[in-house]
Ligand binder design. Sequence first.
Ligand SMILES: NC(=O)c1ccc[n+]([C@@H]2O[C@H](COP(=O)([O-])OP(=O)(O)OC[C@H]3O[C@@H](n4cnc5c(N)ncnc54)[C@H](O)[C@@H]3O)[C@@H](O)[C@H]2O)c1
Ligand SMILES: O=C(O)C1=N[C@H](C(=O)O)CCC1
Length: 257
Amino acid sequence: MSSSVVPVAVVGAAGRMGATTCAAVEEADGLELVARIDAGDDVGAAVRDSGALVAVDFTVPAVTEANVHAILDAGAHAVVGTTGWDEASRSRVVEHLDRLNAGREDGLGVLIAPNFGLSAVLAMTFAAKAARYFESAEVVELHHPNKVDAPSGTARHTAAAIAAARADAGLAPSPDATESGWEARGADVDGVRVHAVRLRGLVAHEEILFGNVGEQLTIRQDSFDRASFMPGVLLAVREVVGRPGLTVGLEHVLDLT
Ligand SMILES: NC(=O)c1ccc[n+]([C@@H]2O[C@H](COP(=O)([O-])OP(=O)(O)OC[C@H]3O[C@@H](n4cnc5c(N)ncnc54)[C@H](O)[C@@H]3O)[C@@H](O)[C@H]2O)c1
Ligand SMILES: O=C(O)C1=N[C@H](C(=O)O)CCC1
């Protein structure tokens, strides 16, 4: 393996996204797939023994944080697509990175992105820009019925960005006269209602709805094939090595912030 080639391990390699990522890495110039890791494997040992410089995690919410700690202890950077992260789990990763990187110039990096798809990242960016101008905002996410978590990580990331923009603009809560049947109003993510649809035939889709008197703005993105996520995954693999610490969201790598 020449020194310019980046060795990459994939964790969750037998899954929908992991298998797609393995194929993409094998096809990519300058990257070499050195490990396919899945349930039952010792993630840290497999990453360390493979000599991977970067490990990509597409597993399940219940295990992704533990996998990232194991990847870091194995001396590799992590690119994480698995969803289910919250402020507490992200903080524990930051603490781990701070300990490992103390005094180092070339510290380890972790890049977590709820969505690596360009259309999704742009939709989230446009929504954050539009949010301050509308009285009402709601998010609808639509996915295949094999998805284990709801709302999606993309919808949570979108709603959090909308909520931050609304707070920055000093907006009042969106109007809602609901008195009963709150279970039909969807999840409350930072004060933004998020609705989840699961339907055979779908892959990954999101609609962001903004409303004012007499008008509506709808921002929609569709991922019809998991190939749509791969340019972003490969970009993250190449970028994470030079980004010590925790980066959350591909928008920071696409110069959209
Ligand atoms: N960021 C993005 O762009 C993006 C895109 C699609 C999916 N996702 C997320 O990626 C995750 C995986 O989605 P999927 O559709 O590939 O799921 P999947 O169920 O098809 O794949 C998950 C894989 O992880 C493996 N696994 C489970 N526990 C493990 C462990 N402890 N160690 C190693 N491997 C383990 C499973 O055996 C399986 O092969 C989900 O959280 C999903 O929300 C993110
Ligand atoms: O297929 C999935 O599962 C997806 N999960 C991510 C999310 O939860 O936002 C990204 C879209 C596809």
